[in-house]
Design a protein around this ligand. Structure first.
Ligand SMILES: [Zn+2]
Length: 110
């Protein structure tokens, strides 16, 4: 009985140590955050150049890449490219004026 215990222990230790260390986890798993411009709901989708992206439920093109505000800890839909180029201010949070980034934690309801 005791010997069995040790065998199990050694085997599991060996399995745990073998192989290359796993790559650092990508919180978004290669996907990016999109925000529905109508409902502000967040979605994790494969990155796409065709914007707005198709909403998975309505089938309409209402999803824009998300911009994350660290102050609000919330995702906002990114403005269209031409607006971003014309108004650098559009990359700032509508509520706090904080500069938003496309990088942030994955949305909880994604
Ligand atoms: Zn904000």
């Amino acid at each position: 009985m005791r010997a069995c215990y040790w065998i199990v222990l050694v085997v599991s230790a060996a399995v745990g140590c073998s192989g290359a260390p796993p790559p650092p986890p990508d919180p978004l798993d290669g996907q990016m955050v999109f925000v529905d411009t109508l409902t502000r709901k967040t979605f994790l989708r494969q990155p796409t150049d065709e914007l707005p992206a198709v909403h998975p439920e309505s089938g309409k093109r209402t999803l824009m890449p998300g911009l994350y505000c660290a102050k609000c800890q919330a995702w906002y839909p990114s403005p269209p490219l031409e607006v971003r180029q014309r108004e650098p201010k559009s990359l700032r949070c509508p509520k706090t004026g904080e500069l938003m980034t496309p990088h942030g934690p994955p949305p909880e309801n994604g």
